[in-house]
Design a binder for this molecule. Structure first.
Ligand code: 6PG
Length: 472
């Protein structure tokens, strides 16, 4: 710690907060901490801090007094009202030039609002996404900061030291003004939803279609993780399949209620993709399937009388396994493609000036969607910063197309077996729509003009046209 006080402060000693404090302190930074519940602070100071340079404030005045001026402090509290509540309590103790970094999963419009309110008080504000869960916060997360570059530079040594590193490069960079960081984190989570849904669909096809047990699934996903699907989510999926339940001795995954919860970030991604007309069907479907999973009781009832085909796959099992692996990789490419195309649109719409190569670079380590594929994504945007869609990158387009036939086969099989695979289906239709020079939207335009005189454009002449479709 310098004579003038701690380098950085952190409010919110939940698991993420505690781990991030220890991470920063282990990199030689002096950290001041505060938590609304004093017992939590005391417990942390007594049991976890050890010899590290960490000081506690037991009220906000004391906490703020521990910080070197101009102050920099990170909020790691639940998104939504708790952020506004902490800001309200904190403001009386801060001075012009002090910097607050909201590192929660805040909605980007909240970040824009807070940015304005604080700027009017001469306070600096940054919205920063942090990904990687508890382990990432402790040993190196991916950090997605937005705000002013000047403020980023002020805290860059701390963030760059604490972030994950891949080939010596920190998984953090300045992303853009105002809410750019929180927007990128939101889309990260949208991609996370899409990938999780696709993986879940492959699990269902292999479990109900091939009748494989978790013990049989574990080595399959483990092998996939050592090949082109290499990624954090596939890695943990393989580990999940090996885990036994302490209570029953069964495989734990089979004992977990099949209702997927959500805090909302995937839904926010779909909402904004709709607002920007970006089209993110794999992500949208992932949100819908979490919603449908919630109808457990209804599903149990309907399963008694709504019948379908036998889910048992009758064909060549080894071949099908290879097709599923390829379909999943194609789905993975398309999910990143949708998320990054959304970021490309948002960057223009919200004037973020995003560098998508940098986004891919900081997602390669620390975060939930880290994957070997991101190295290719990075290369794609390095070659062409304004790439409209990753599938148009020569390398990734080829990777997708070499798996397209298998994706189609897997979708057909899912249809035949009556197993829901809307993520894979949406991915395939997204690809088929994106590669269609002609879509049936001409008919939709004709219908709109028929019933509402909404007009249409023509292929052979400029301007807008209206037809009296029926004689009076
Ligand atoms: C991360 C995660 C993290 C959190 C998700 C869970 O990047 O570390 O995305 O932010 O685990 O928000 O989201 P749901 O509760 O909506 O699944």
């Amino acid at each position: 710690m310098s004579n003038q006080g701690c380098d950085i402060g952190l409010i919110g000693l939940g698991t993420m907060g505690r781990n991030f404090v220890l991470n920063m302190a282990d990199h030689g930074f002096a950290v001041a901490v505060y938590n609304r519940t004093a017992e939590k602070t005391k417990d942390f100071m007594d049991h976890e801090v050890g010899a590290r340079t960490i000081q506690a404030g037991y009220d906000l005045q004391e906490f703020v007094g521990l910080l070197r001026r101009p102050r920099a402090l990170i909020l790691l509290v639940a998104a939504g009202d708790p952020v506004d509540a902490v800001l309200r309590e904190l403001l009386p103790w801060l001075e012009p030039g002090d910097l607050i970094i909201d590192a929660g999963n805040s909605h980007f419009t909240d970040t824009n609002r807070r940015f304005k309110i604080l700027a009017a008080k001469n306070l600096k504000f940054m919205g920063m996404g942090i990904s990687g869960g508890e382990a990432g916060a402790r040993s190196g997360p991916s950090l997605m900061p937005g705000g002013s570059r000047e403020m980023y530079d002020r805290v860059a040594p701390i963030l760059e030291a604490a972030a994950a590193h891949i080939n010596g490069e920190p998984c953090v960079t300045y992303l853009g003004p105002r809410s750019a960081g929180h927007y990128v984190k939101m889309v990260h989570n949208g991609i996370e939803y899409g990938l999780m849904e696709l993986i879940a669909e492959t699990y269902d096809l292999l479990k109900r279609g091939l009748g494989l047990t978790p013990a049989e699934l574990a080595p399959i996903y483990d092998r996939w993780n050592r090949e082109e699907l290499n990624s954090f989510l596939i890695e943990i999926t393989a580990k999940i399949f090996t885990r036994r339940d302490d209570r029953t001795g069964q495989f734990l995954v089979e004992m977990i209620l099949d209702k997927a919860k959500q805090k909302g970030t995937g839904r926010w991604t779909s909402w904004d993709a709709m607002d920007l007309q970006a089209g993110t069907p794999t992500i949208d479907v992932a949100v819908v399937m979490r919603d449908m999973s919630g109808y457990k009781e209804e599903r149990e009832n309907s399963a008694r009388f709504l019948t379908g085909p036998s889910p048992i796959f009758p064909g060549d099992r080894e071949r099908f396994l290879g097709q599923v692996q390829n379909a999943l990789y194609a789905g993975m490419i398309a999910t990143y493609a949708q998320g990054l195309a959304l970021l490309q649109k948002a960057s223009t719409a919200y004037d973020y000036g995003l560098d998508l190569e940098a986004v891919a670079r900081i997602w390669r380590g620390g975060c939930i969607i880290r994957a070997a594929l991101l190295e290719d994504v990075r290369t794609a945007y390095k070659a062409r910063a304004d790439l409209p869609n990753l599938i148009m990158d020569p390398r990734l387009g080829k990777e997708f197309m070499s798996r397209e036939a298998d994706l189609r086969e897997v979708v057909k099989t899912a249809v035949t077996l009556g197993l829901p695979a809307p993520g894979l289906m949406a991915t395939l239709s997204y690809f088929d729509a994106y590669r269609s020079a002609v879509l049936p939207a001409n008919l939709i335009q004709a219908q709109r003009d028929f019933f509402g005189a909404h007009t249409y454009e023509r292929l052979d002449a400029p301007g807008t046209f209206h037809t009296q479709w029926e004689e009076d």
